[in-house]
Design a protein around this ligand. Structure first.
Ligand code: T46
Length: 138
């Protein structure tokens, strides 16, 4: 069973006008066909979002403005915090990764590229079910 969390570094095209980052489907940075884009902003201070894992969905998370923390848990009792605070960095989540998003700065805009359309049946929102699915996949 594949469970992947990977930090991504994007090439920035800069000149005296500023910077530009281009991301394409099925590239090294985005190893899937992008079917959906959504973004999270105006987050209530202190809030924790996420609290779920996906069964099939692959996603690249990019904090294009401000910062936030992505707390990832592979079901082994060790949660790891990834700070996203640069538009030229991303985080690839693939397979069963329980994730929370927290510590959003006031100006945070978290952009997400997703491999599929929205489907609530792909979410595991119960932590014990998540642990059972991880154990089943081993
Ligand atoms: C994830 C993390 C990183 C839609 O109608 N379409 C969509 O594409 C999405 C993503 C959400 N929604 C609706 C469903 C809920 O009524 O927007 C509402 C908030 O969604 P949710 O509570 O799932 O949001 P987060 O921030 O907890 O999680 C989101 C994504 O849903 C999830 O896939 O991995 O961001």
């Amino acid at each position: 069973m594949l469970q992947e969390i990977k930090r991504l570094h994007f090439v920035s095209h800069g000149d005296d006008r500023g910077k530009l980052i281009a991301l394409e489907s099925l590239s090294e940075q985005v190893p899937f066909d992008i079917k959906r884009i959504y973004y999270i902003f105006d987050t209530t201070p202190g809030t924790i979002r996420g609290k779920h894992a996906h069964v099939k969905l692959k996603q690249v998370l990019i904090c294009v403005s401000g910062y936030c923390v992505i707390r990832c848990d592979l079901g082994n009792g060790k949660a790891i915090d990834y700070l996203l605070n640069r538009p030229d960095q991303g985080l690839l989540l693939e397979g069963l990764v329980w994730h929370d998003m927290l510590q959003f700065s006031k100006d945070a805009v978290l952009l997400v590229l997703a491999s599929d359309h929205y489907d609530e049946s792909d979410y595991i929102r119960d932590y014990d079910t998540f642990l059972k699915e991880v154990a089943r996949g081993k």
